[in-house]
Write a protein that binds this ligand. Structure first.
Ligand SMILES: [Ca+2]
Ligand SMILES: [Ca+2]
Ligand SMILES: [Ca+2]
Length: 272
């Protein structure tokens, strides 16, 4: 046996392999296109006849648009919203476009169940809360606020309908705030900033400090001012028992300040 008889490595027939590979790719692409076409067709079939006609004419009108894709998105979403048809949204290509479409239908029909079809969870919850807010406004019923998923949006909604949470209503609406609100009310009543320090909620604590300090400053400014221009400051008026907003408290034709400086009783006849 000589060297020539050694078995040689069988060469791979590249040409038929390449042809077969290309063939497989073509078949896969074809199947994909056909499946999509059938799916789209089924989606169209699901729509009412009138809606189908509207969709076809709308999509045709987009062919000449500057951006046909965004034109189609807008037209399909409009039609879906107008006919309150989530099936129409299914015709859209991207998940984002479909989500926007579902959201729009949910709002137009005031039906939160359409929000469930939104693929991004956060958007689904925003949609859900938004529709509930709309329902609350439409029926002037703040009860819808309690359905909301997001705590912040829920609190805002409740505040819109039921007013702010106060010491009077905190027991039903936010019992955890009652302690803070008691300090807040007391601090405002007594104009005592030190009571604000006891408040746990940071926002409320800051609001309390600001309001009480402003009131104290205003009170100070007022005490030194002569609001009724009668020659006595508010502080002096309180000292003599006269009205800080009436220049002639006893209505005898002489100003409170003039009577006091001349030694007369600004509250009636006689001297001080
Ligand atoms: Ca005065
Ligand atoms: Ca006066
Ligand atoms: Ca007088």
């Amino acid at each position: 046996m000589d060297f020539q008889d050694q078995p040689t490595a069988k060469s791979i027939p590249w040409k038929p392999v390449a042809i077969a590979a290309v063939g497989v790719v073509v078949v896969v692409v074809l199947i994909f296109v056909i499946v999509r076409w059938i799916k789209k067709d089924a989606q169209m079939e699901a729509l009412s006849e009138i809606l189908q006609e509207d969709v076809v004419s709308s999509l045709d009108s987009c062919d000449s648009a500057e951006n046909p894709e965004s034109c189609k998105q807008a037209k399909v979403t409009d039609l879906a919203t107008k006919h309150q048809s989530v099936q129409t949204c299914e015709l859209l290509e991207t998940a984002e476009a479909r989500d926007n479409c579902y959201w729009s239908v949910a709002q137009a029909s005031s039906d939160v169940s359409y929000c469930d079809t939104i693929s991004v969870e956060e958007d689904a919850s925003k949609c859900f809360d938004g529709v509930n807010l709309q329902l609350a406004f439409d029926s002037n019923d703040g009860g819808y606020c309690s359905n909301m998923k997001d705590a912040g949006r829920k609190a805002n909604c409740e505040e819109l309908f039921a007013g702010p949470i106060t010491i009077e209503n905190c027991n039903e609406r936010a019992p955890e705030l009652c302690g803070d609100l008691a300090y807040y009310t007391q601090a405002r009543r007594n104009l005592d900033v030190s009571l604000c320090q006891e408040i746990v909620d940071e926002d409320l604590r800051e609001a309390c400090q600001e309001i009480v300090s402003d009131r104290l400053l205003a009170q100070e400014a007022q005490a030194g001012a002569d609001l009724d221009d009668d020659g006595l400051t508010t502080q002096e008026e309180s000292q003599y028992g006269t009205d800080p907003l009436n220049p002639d408290t006893d209505e005898d034709g002489y100003l409170d300040g003039a009577e006091v400086s001349a030694g007369y009783n600004p509250l009636g006849a006689g001297r001080l």
